[in-house]
Every structure is written in C-alpha cells, then in structure tokens.
Ligand binder design. Structure first.
Ligand SMILES: Cc1ncc(C[n+]2csc(CCOP(=O)(O)OP(=O)(O)O)c2C)c(N)n1
Ligand SMILES: [Mg+2]
Length: 326
C-alpha cells in the first residue's frame, strides 16, 4: 500500500468509529431511533476491501452496514440525517440504518435480510457481464451466521459456475446475535467452504489492514481477469452488543475477558502504531486527522438536527410501485 492509501484508510477507519460512537450516544439519549447494529471493532475489513475499488465497482452490505457505507464514501451528513429520520436523510428519513443506498457510488445497500446481499451481488455481477463491464467487480459483505444460509451457498455456487466477478467477504465476528459460531457453524474456518464451490478461500486476521489488503488484492485481480469469485474470511469481533438493547454482550454470552482481549487488538490502534513506527504518520498528522473527523461528525449531527421532518405527504411514496399510464 502506498503512504497515501495507508493514511486514507486510517482516516476512514477513524471516521467510521467516531460516527458510530456518536450514533450510539445519540441513541442512548433517544435522539436517534430505529435499529442500530454497531460495526465498531470491524472497521479494518470494510475499509481494506473497498480501498481496492475502481470506478464502476459495486458492493452489497448488511444489517451491520454503517461501516461499509462509510468505507464506501457515503455522505455522513445524509447518513446521520437518516438515523434521525429526517427528510434530508439518504432514504428521505424513512429507511434508517438498514436501508442506506448510494448506487451512484456503487453502494447497493444495507440490508435487514441476513445473507440477502449475496444474491444481489450475483445479480449485479451478471449485469456487469451482460453489459461488457468486464473490468468491474462486486464485493459482498456477510457474517459467519449468514454463511450458514442457503442463499449464500446458492450464490457461491452460481458465482463459481458462471465465473462471476464477486468477492465474498465473510466477516466472522464469532457471534450471531447471542449464539457462538462454535455452536452453529460446521467448520472452524468459513473459508473452508470455498472448496465446495471450486473457488479460492482464505482466512485472514480481520484486524490487520495489511494482511487484509494482500488478500483482497488477489481476489480483486482474479475477478477482474474474468477468473471468477473468491471467498475471504476476516476473523474479527464486534465490540458492542448486537444492537444497543443487547445488555448481555459483556459478561453474558461473551465473557468480559474475551471482549477485553479483542479490544486490546483494536484495528485502529494497530494501524496507528504501524504508521507512527514506520514514519508514515507523525503525531501531528494523527491529531489533525482526528480533529478533521471530529469536525465532520459534529457537522453531520448539526445537519441532521437542523433538517426538517419528512412531509406527511411522502408517507405512501415508494411503498407501492407507481402505475404507469399509457
Ligand atoms: C433471513 C434472516 N434471518 C434472521 C434474521 C434475524 N437476525 C438479524 S441479525 C442476525 C444474526 C446474523 O449473524 P451474522 O451473519 O454472523 O452477522 P452479525 O450480526 O454477527 O454481523 C439474525 C439471526 C434476519 N434479519 N434475517
Ligand atoms: Mg456474526
């Protein structure tokens, strides 16, 4: 990775973390409502994957998608306004965190249906082939729980048979709501499942940006060459509860020791240490990145607070398809 890329990825990860910390705080105050599934702790995965995007590349997200959206460059003001349910939100204030779309920037949306994005990614990849955009690829993020869903297997099979340019990114954060992967997954490494679909599979430390980048480069290169899909499993951890009401995530279904161990392996601190030691980033540069991000998040909150509520007249809009006359 170039110095510029490393600094860019660091700033994106910090923005993702700060945005979500603020959203959690506002949720606790009742200013943000709806559902929130924090991505905190997993930032390296989305940021490393989407760093390898070229114009025209696409990606699908999940219910835990704020980090994917930020990594994909979504406007944080529109995101925050959406969480506030305001008219200026990315989905007009009617969607919330699981309905964030930005197709112009390749973001095919967060998704409340676990594993739903994997088949959407195949559909998008088929379209790319049909319109001869053979140099573009589609990333699809999903959890280890989603890797047990039938649609994920159908999608991997189809992608393999039709050599679709899909990069299956399994974020193994080791839990599906309250259930441990040890109790629910037939394999220890989800990447093993790739062999059933004749595609390369690799397990990577999901908190290590450099290791992730090496794996994504290979997968993206293969997909752009028309050689088909790959499965990359990033082993990581969600620091917080499944959603803000999950009070069992610390000392309940997960031991406090386990959570603390993973917090010590923070992907952002790890990258900052690497950048400081390598001389890629000075303390002053780090401080100015943090200040810039804080200002951006504050501005997003101000924008959301100052924005109007959606007009009642739009309530039924986008619910039913419009009847076309003539
Ligand atoms: C098809 C479907 N089944 C079940 C649910 C309920 N649900 C929401 S998140 C979740 C756990 C998903 O686990 P995983 O795929 O590992 O993602 P993570 O939440 O860990 O990011 C479940 C079962 C759902 N939203 N959609
Ligand atoms: Mg999980």
């Amino acid at each position: 990775m170039t110095h510029q890329e490393l600094l860019e990825i660091y700033e994106r990860m910090v923005l993702s973390r700060r945005f979500e910390e603020k959203a959690e705080e506002l949720y606790a105050q009742g200013r943000v409502t709806g559902s929130l599934h924090p991505y905190i702790g997993q930032e390296a995965v989305a940021c490393a994957a989407l760093l390898r995007r070229k114009p025209g590349d696409l990606f699908t997200s999940t219910h835990r998608g704020l980090g994917h959206c930020i990594a994909g460059g979504m406007d944080v003001r529109g995101m925050m306004a959406e969480l506030f349910g305001k008219a200026t939100g990315i989905s007009g204030g009617k969607g919330g965190s699981m309905h964030l779309f930005d197709p112009q920037n390749g973001n095919l949306g967060t998704n409340g249906i676990v594993a739903g994005g994997t088949s959407i990614a195949c559909g998008a990849a088929i379209t790319l082939k049909l319109i001869d955009r053979t140099d573009n690829v589609v990333f699809t993020f999903f959890g280890e729980g989603a890797s047990n869903e039938g649609v994920t297997h159908e999608s991997m099979n189809l992608a393999s048979v039709w050599k679709l340019p899909v990069i299956f990114v399994c974020e193994n954060n080791q839990y599906q709501v309250f259930t441990s992967a040890m109790e629910s997954c037939s394999v220890q490494d989800i990447s093993q499942r790739a062999s059933a679909y004749s595609m390369p599979g690799e397990t990577v430390d999901g908190n290590d940006v450099l290791a992730l980048d090496a794996a994504f480069r290979k997968a993206v290169e293969r997909a752009r060459q028309g050689e088909g899909p790959s499965l990359i499993e990033a082993k990581t951890y969600r620091w917080l509860g499944h959603w803000p009401g999950d009070v069992f995530a610390y000392g309940g279904y997960r031991s406090t020791e386990e959570v603390e161990r993973w917090k010590k392996a923070c992907p952002i601190v790890r990258l900052s240490r690497h950048l400081l030691e390598a001389g890629t980033m000075t303390r002053e540069m780090m401080d100015s990145i943090h200040a810039r991000v804080d200002a951006q998040v504050e501005e997003a909150v101000r924008f959301a607070e100052d924005s109007p509520e959606p007009d009642v007249g739009v309530l039924m809009q986008h619910v039913f398809s419009e009847v076309q006359n003539g």
